[in-house]
Design a protein around this ligand. Sequence first.
Ligand code: SF4
Ligand code: SF4
Length: 435
Amino acid sequence: MKSLFFGGVHPEGRKELSADAPLTAMALPARLAVPLRQHIGAPCKPLVAVGDAVRMGQKIGDGEGLCVPVHAPVSGVVEAIEDRPHPSGGACPAIVIKNDFLDTPDPAVRPAANPDQLTPDELITILHDAGLAGMGGAAFPTDVKARTGMGRTETLILNACECEPYITADDALLRARPGDVLRGLALLARILDPKRIVVGMEDNKPEAAGQVKEALKDYPNVELKLLPTRYPQGAEKQLIQAVTGRQVPSGGLPKDAGCAVFNAATAYAACRAVYEGMPLIERVVTVTGEGVNQPRNLAVRVGTSFQEVVAAAGGLADDVWKVLSGGPMMGVAQGDLSVPVTKAVNAVVCLSSAQNGESDDPVCIRCGKCLEVCPIRLEPLYLYRFANAGDLDALKRLHLTDCIECGCCAYACPGKVPLVEGFRKGKLALKEGAK
Ligand code: SF4
Ligand code: SF4
C-alpha cells in the first residue's frame, strides 16, 4: 500500500521480541525517585519535606503556568529530595520515597461523582489535577492541549501507531484494556466536540486491531483506520496527514489543521483519572531488545529505576551494547541505569553489539538519501554542516526547529553520519543564541 505521508523509512520492526508478552504488573520496588520535571513546561516544586509520610496518589509536587502536578506512586515516607539523573539527560530534583508496601491510597483518590455529567471545564480540571502529560514521549500537559483544541477540532485522532521499532507498550495496553482506552477517548471527545473521531493504528498489530474493533461496537461514531506501517507515522504531523490528508504548516500545531492527537496511553490515563480518581502514577513500559534476557510489557510505577525494570525482564544479556530510554530511532542512550521511569518513558530498549551500526569514520558522500526520507522535507546534510559550523542564520533559514528528530535521515545515511546528534547541538545553539 502507498505511504500516506511524505518520506519516512521502513526499519526492521523487531516487535516480535515482546509482542506476545502480556501486560503484567511489575513488583513494586523498595524506593522510587519521582522527578519534579516530567513534562514540557515549568518543573514542579515539592509540596512535601523529608520525613513526611505520603499516600499513594497524593500530590507531592506542583507549580504554576505550563505545569502539571506529580503524585506519590506508592505510600511510604519521603527519604530525600535531591538531584537524580533524568532519562532525557542531565539531572533533576526528585522526591525519593521509601515504599511501605501498603499502597494506602490518598483520600483524594476517588472516582468523580456523576462522571457522565461532567462539563468540559470540569473534565479538563480533572486531567490537570491527575498530572496527565502526553505519554507517547512528548509529555505536553494534556489539559492545555485539550483546552487549546476546544472549538477548533474537526478531527480527534487517537494515536495507536506506535511506529518506533521494538516498542509494544501501546499494543499491549490496547490488547489488554481496549474498552478503557476508548472510554478515555470518549472523554476527550466530550471536551473537544469533534465532527470526526479516528483511531489511527498501523497494520502490524492485528490482535490489538481486532480487540479495538470489537470494543468499537459500543462507539459507533468512532472509526478505526488501519494505516500501512511506515516510520514515523506516529509523529503527530505525519499521522494527521495519513488520516486526514491535511498538512500542518511549518511551525504550526495540529489545531492549525483542525486536529487534535492524543496517544492511546494518555486516553487510558484520562479514563483512570475520571472513573477511578487515579492520577498518573503508573504506565506501561516495554523492556526489550537483544540485550535483555526476557522481553516484557510491564505496568510500572513512575519513579521505578531502569535497573529494576531491566531486572524484572531477566536482566541484561552478556553482549549488551546500549540501553535506551525509548526506541532505537528517537531514544536517548543511558549511561546510568539508576534513572527513573517518568510519565514519558514508554520503553527501555537494550541493544546488543550486533545492532551497533555506528562508524568511527562517518563521511558524507552526497548521495541525497537523507533528503528523500525526511518527512518534514528538510535538507539534513546541509543542516548538519551548518550545525557543526555554528551558522545560526543558516539553521534558521533551513528551519532546523521543524526537525522532529525522527532519525530517518541518519537511518538512511550510507555514510553513517551522526545527523541527529548534530541537529540536537544546533538546536541548543539556536536556543542559547536566542537568549
Ligand atoms: S544520506 Fe548521508 S551520505 Fe547521503 S547526503 Fe545525506 S548525509 Fe550525506
Ligand atoms: S532532518 Fe530531522 S525531521 Fe528530517 S529526517 Fe532527519 S531527524 Fe527526521
